[in-house]
Design a protein. Structure first.
Length: 229
């Protein structure tokens, strides 16, 4: 059965192009052009992924993303014509899995959709990774710290999984981007910094006296369970 991609985009020309390319790639495509109607359509369609424009009539993309994330982890790729970095980062902080700046190639959008859905469908193992007080169940995507459940976005979970899989190994931003986003694309390394910041903040709620993710100046990041390493 084909997966449905919900496009929330007020520009009809862009939406039609995206629908054509997604259908050619084997997906079903549904389109809504008003932010105020997007949440109702989302609940009705139950899509595999949402392409969500930032600037919309009615509710904007940030508000829609915030509402969806209250009860769903459906993958969200933000579409934005705004070049300001803060708009991109706000979307990611709210739980968006990726962002694409307009103007964009529809082929790139399809490639991003495939990469995100590939990540979603890859977590079928029951393997567990445990380092110190932190435990990750790769099958259920559950994270526990000192027996407390920790809610992470999909990208945050994949980032923590990558870092914990090889403790004390320094991963460059590009390596982490390739692992977490599913592709290697120059210019998107700030995405990793945003995810790291959010991940550290969430871990601190359970481990206030430890900083288990270390920044290595000019290189990248590593997972280090012992605070003094």
């Amino acid at each position: 059965m084909s997966q449905t991609i919900l496009i929330v985009e007020d520009e009809e020309k862009i939406a039609n192009i995206l629908m054509d390319y997604l259908k050619s790639a084997g997906y079903e495509a549904d389109w809504i052009n008003n932010g105020s109607l997007a949440l109702t359509r989302f609940k009705k369609t139950n899509p595999a992924l949402i392409l969500l424009d930032l600037m919309l009539p009615g509710l904007d993309g940030i508000e829609i993303c915030r509402e969806i994330r209250k009860d769903s982890s459906v993958p969200i790729i933000m579409l934005t014509a705004k070049a300001e970095e803060i708009d991109r980062l706000i979307g990611l902080e709210l739980g968006a899995d990726d962002y694409i700046c307009k103007p964009f190639s529809p082929r790139e959008v399809v490639a991003r959709v495939k990469a995100v859905l590939r990540r979603v469908g890859s977590g079928t193992m029951t393997e567990r990774i445990t380092e110190g007080e932190i435990s990750l169940d790769l099958g259920t995507k559950l994270v526990k710290i000192n027996n407390q459940n920790l809610t992470l976005t999909r990208s945050e979970f994949n980032l923590l999984k990558t870092l914990m899989s090889q403790p004390n190994r320094v991963f460059s931003r590009n390596e982490l981007l390739n692992q977490v986003q599913g592709y290697d694309f120059e210019g998107y390394d700030r995405t990793i910094d945003t995810h790291i910041k959010n991940l550290r903040k969430k871990i601190k709620t359970c481990l206030p006296d430890k900083d288990v993710i270390k920044a290595i100046y000019g290189t990248g990041y590593k997972f280090c369970e012992e605070a003094d390493q």
